[in-house]
Design a binder for this molecule. Structure first.
Ligand code: ZN
Length: 258
């Protein structure tokens, strides 16, 4: 059984811990992980891990909304995107829940990241929280400029939106990734959304070190717990965990192209 964790952050761990986290993931059947960038230290950690463990780890690099107050060094990101093991731009996107005060600066940064993705022909890993309308506006612009395979435009990760937002994203060709939140006791509305996502657009992620799935909620998360996300998503959809494991693996392989 091969599991594909489409989203994990490594910059919070030491070098030794990162390797141990990857080993524990492998022992748990997580043969593939996208190490997520989004800030200078996250990008560096993702690139380093993808170079060290090329069979297991791929990298996403970019700048996320938390970098909105900084001056953007597009050249450095463009160069990083050409490194071996890079399969996506991200994460990037809009968050008006945590970072509403920088909303006006988040939008041009997000647009710049989408431009880079269009230029490189790479899928984008998008974060969106309480910013549905602006996210959709940016993604509609991106869809018009996207010259790559329509099935590889990208994924909206850690989805927590409503069914209308999901439907609009699916219309634009996006994948939707579910984290451990889908198993939280109070997430019945999200489980209803999860039931409506077509099987060929589903991805799973841990979003480690955040969002540990039950029964580890509140603890440090890691990719080795991806099976718990799969089980929660399978239960929500009335499918077998093996089936969800297999389709999410295939979908991620197709999206990230390796
Ligand atoms: Zn993330």
């Amino acid at each position: 059984m091969r599991l594909y964790d489409s989203h994990a952050h490594f910059e919070g761990w030491t070098f030794t811990e990162r390797l141990a986290v990857c080993e524990r993931a492998l022992a748990a059947g997580v043969t593939h992980i996208v190490a997520i960038g989004g800030c200078p230290s996250g990008n560096a950690a993702a690139l380093e891990l993808a170079a060290l463990r090329p069979a297991q780890v791929r990298a996403a690099v970019g700048w996320d909304r938390a970098q909105a107050a900084r001056d953007l060094d597009l050249g450095a990101i463009r160069k990083a995107l050409q490194s071996p093991g890079v399969v996506a731009v991200g994460e990037t996107g809009l968050d008006y829940h945590h970072d509403s005060c920088t909303a006006a600066r988040q939008r041009p940064l997000f647009a710049a990241m989408l431009d880079l993705a269009a230029e490189a022909g790479l899928p984008t890993i998008v974060h969106s929280r309480e910013a549905e309308a602006d996210t959709l506006a940016a993604l509609r612009d991106h869809a018009r400029r996207w010259r790559g395979d329509p099935a590889r435009i990208g994924v909206v990760h850690c989805f927590t939106g409503d069914s209308e937002f999901a439907a609009a994203l699916l219309d634009l060709g996006w994948h939707i990734s579910f984290s451990g939140i889908v198993g939280f006791a109070n997430a019945e509305r999200l489980r209803a959304v999860a039931r409506c996502v077509p099987v060929d657009r589903l991805l799973v992620e841990t979003d480690a070190p955040y969002l540990s799935p039950p029964p580890f909620r509140g603890r440090v998360n890691e990719p080795a717990r991806l099976n718990l996300v799969v089980e929660a998503l399978a239960a929500a959809r009335g499918e077998r965990p093996e089936q969800v494991t297999e389709v999410t693996f295939e979908n991620a392989e197709r999206l990230f192209g390796r």
